[in-house]
Design a protein around this ligand. Structure first.
Ligand SMILES: NC(=O)c1ccc[n+]([C@@H]2O[C@H](COP(=O)([O-])OP(=O)(O)OC[C@H]3O[C@@H](n4cnc5c(N)ncnc54)[C@H](OP(=O)(O)O)[C@@H]3O)[C@@H](O)[C@H]2O)c1
Length: 340
């Protein structure tokens, strides 16, 4: 396993991150303690150092077990957790992006993880009520206190992330080093604004659900059981066509669908780190073997074509010849360095 720098930071993280939302059976489709330990050991033995959890996952079990698993060699691992999602029902201050919940949630995570510091703290999702300066100043305080080392943001519109980092830069506060987005052959809409923004701001892009929760392994085409429900957009006609092409390409090149789907993510523009989910160690062993395999340009083209999305306004509009003409006075092809 090789390492990538986490965006604009000097932190070295494995090229594949292990997602631990499956650690614990509270949500009906995870793994028990022994299987979770086996998934963790498989990842660590393969040289992985980058672990993703959240305060909310499996009602706290994921953090508790992960804390135990890393305890023997805590400093080796880059432990990432999140805050913002609820820890209690019916209480508005036990959720959200505001300072009170930030401080409380991080305190609880440190206890569950049984550690003195969090390597990377993610804002789990944007609450559309807390102001950007309240959040960024709170995060900067946590870093100053040594409780958190790096920060990242997940599930948030591009304009807000961009505003947060610009504000932090102007005020001399710590900035986000990484972005977490749902990104896969079944979810390409981050290509509209989030991915170009991450590339422009030098944020690492970590992709959650790179297998679309398992749909891209083709298991549902064979009516096998799994956690993705039949009525999900991950199993509609278009999704099934894409999954079938992934299965076909895997069989043509002697690979597996999971590895093909993961390498499609890894070979996209920017620093792409899939956050791999696995319910059992065998699945992880298969997925980890994507390292060392590559998709050819022809395979990428076929996958890109079947899964393509409309970029919509203003992207499509700005790409038209008429607009280029009026923006460059007829010299578009004579001017160097067009930024995408
Ligand atoms: N920021 C966010 O909002 C957010 C949201 C979701 C997840 N995440 C993070 O991203 C991580 C990954 O998410 P995810 O679990 O949805 O990812 P995923 O990789 O798309 O799906 C993982 C699931 O696919 C199936 N699978 C995995 N490898 C397989 C293989 N080789 N062959 C056949 N089936 C296989 C398993 O499900 P079954 O065997 O049960 O079918 C497994 O639990 C999470 O653990 C979490 O850390 C973040």
């Amino acid at each position: 396993m090789n390492y990538k720098l986490l965006g604009n930071s000097g932190l070295r993280v494995s090229e594949l991150c292990l997602g631990t939302m499956t650690f614990g059976k509270e949500w009906g489709w995870g793994s028990d303690y022994a299987e979770s330990k086996s998934v963790f050991d498989t990842y660590a033995l393969a040289g992985g150092n980058f672990l993703d959890t959240a305060n909310r996952y499996t009602e706290g079990t994921s953090e508790k077990w992960l804390g135990e698993f890393v305890a023997k060699d805590r400093d080796h691992f880059v432990l990432a957790t999140k805050f913002a999602l609820k820890d209690r029902n019916g209480d508005p201050n036990f959720a959200g992006n505001h300072r009170k919940n930030l401080m409380r949630s991080v305190g609880e995570s440190l206890k569950r993880l049984n550690t003195d510091f969090i390597d990377l703290l993610w804002i789990h999702a944007w609450d559309f009520t807390t102001r950007e300066d309240e959040l960024m100043r709170g995060l900067d305080d946590l870093i100053s206190r040594g409780l958190v080392h790096y920060i990242g943001i997940s599930d948030t519109p591009a304009w807000i992330v961009s505003r947060c980092n610009t504000l932090a830069e102007l005020r001399g506060w710590n900035k986000f080093a990484a972005l977490q987005v749902e990104y896969s052959l079944l979810q390409r809409t981050p290509e509209r604004d989030l991915i170009p923004m991450a590339n422009a701001l030098d944020l690492a892009i970590t992709a959650w659900a790179p297998l679309a929760g398992g749909a891209l392994t083709g298991k549902y085409l064979k009516n096998q059981a799994g956690r993705v429900k039949e009525e999900s957009i991950r199993r509609n006609d278009k999704a099934n066509l894409i999954a079938q092409l992934v299965v076909d390409i895997a069989s043509e090149k002697g690979s597996t669908p999971a590895r093909v789907a993961l390498n499609w993510v890894r070979q996209q523009n920017g620093i792409q780190i899939p956050i791999i989910g696995a319910r059992i160690a065998e699945q992880l062993t298969d997925s980890l073997r994507c390292i060392g395999e590559e998709l050819t340009q022809d395979e990428l083209n076929r996958l890109n074509e079947i899964s393509k999305i409309d970029l919509g306004f203003p992207h499509d509009f700005l790409k038209t010849d008429g607009v280029k003409d009026v923006l460059f006075g007829g010299t578009f092809h004579q001017v160097e360095n067009h930024r995408k």
